[in-house]
Design a protein around this ligand. Structure first.
Ligand SMILES: [Zn+2]
Ligand SMILES: [Zn+2]
Length: 323
């Protein structure tokens, strides 16, 4: 099959990648649409030494499900952590922290920038008919945005700042706006600001970020610079939620964290069912984030496009009629 291949920090388009074999309890999924996210761009830079097919945001159609015919033809999205089900983390309900986990398109499991992908059935969620593919493909990052609500209590009276109005920051903004909090977001690019209108979200700039005023700050820039801005903005006893993963370390002066008694919260994958409810109800609409769609055969151009500053969501269409 055709697939994008990552090896030694180099992407190549291949036509000779075998269609994955489907163990019992898993499904073979034909990828309808897949989204390029910052994690994919960081993977290419060497954030994690992955070799294989990247891609973890997708919507697809089940074309094989050995022994489970009811799944056939279902339109699905998939949770990305493939857990062993037996380790201490799995047994205590922390499947996303499974000690032996593989992660779709990131760790030890070929991803969705391909014609087909395989996942365990228990990772899959059926997509309601009311959600078009273009919205369903955002389920994974939207779930990641919703994870913040699992970890930090947001009061309607809180002052909240999101640092970064990129792919993830935009979804975080739409989700946090639902709490009624006083919400500001640092947006560098005019295209990012334009999408924030009409949702009770106030765009701001790096220079206008207040000092020690915010109850909660979400760092979603995907760059080390975002952290120092977050630290500047958070009030004493406030919380910083970290959503970015990137290659390399960050130099941090811990003194203000100690002196101001700041809580740091790392935040990753979140609840798919909740994300699908928000999409089905139209409460969150991620589709304005889409800037372009490319057939899989043009995946290298798609990556180049996605890596330009300020560009939001670029989609890949593996079985496009455009090909
Ligand atoms: Zn992602
Ligand atoms: Zn496990």
């Amino acid at each position: 099959m055709q697939a994008l291949w990552l090896e030694d920090k180099t992407l190549t388009l291949r036509d000779d990648v075998p269609v994955p074999s489907v163990p019992r309890g898993s499904a073979l999924i034909q990828v309808l649409l897949a989204g390029i996210c910052s994690t994919d761009l960081e993977l290419v830079k060497g954030y994690y030494p992955y070799r294989g097919v990247p891609g973890h945001e997708f919507v697809g159609k089940v074309v094989k499900a050995p022994g489970r015919p009811s799944w056939m033809g279902q339109r699905v999205v998939g949770e990305i952590n493939i857990a062993c089900g037996m380790c201490q983390a799995c047994r205590t309900g922390l499947r996303t922290h499974c000690e032996q986990r593989a992660v779709l398109g990131i760790v030890n499991h070929d991803g969705a920038f391909a014609e087909y992908v395989t996942l365990p059935l228990k990772n899959l969620h059926r997509v309601p008919r009311s959600i078009p593919d273009e919205a369903a493909v955002f389920t994974e990052p939207l779930a990641a945005a919703l994870q913040i609500g699992h970890q930090v209590q947001l009061r309607p009276t809180d002052r909240v700042l999101i640092v970064g109005a990129g792919r993830l920051g935009q979804l975080v903004a739409q989700v946090l706006a639902l709490t009624g909090c006083e919400l500001q977001i640092v947006a560098r690019h005019e295209t990012q600001r334009a999408l924030l209108g009409g949702r009770n979200i106030t765009p701001t700039t790096e220079d206008a970020v207040p000092c020690q005023k915010m109850d909660v700050v979400v760092e979603a820039t995907g760059s080390p610079r975002g952290f120092s801005l977050a630290l500047q903005a958070v009030r004493p006893r406030g919380k910083i939620v970290l959503k970015s993963t990137y290659r390399g370390g960050v130099e941090v002066n811990f003194s203000p964290i100690v002196v101001n008694e700041i809580t740091l919260v790392g935040s990753r994958c979140g609840p798919f069912a909740s994300a699908l409810r928000l999409l089905a109800g139209g409460v969150v609409d991620p589709t304005p984030l889409i800037v372009s769609r490319y057939p899989l055969s043009k995946a290298l151009s798609a990556f180049e496009h996605a890596s330009r500053p300020g560009v939001l969501k670029v989609l890949l269409e593996p079985t496009s009629l455009l090909e």
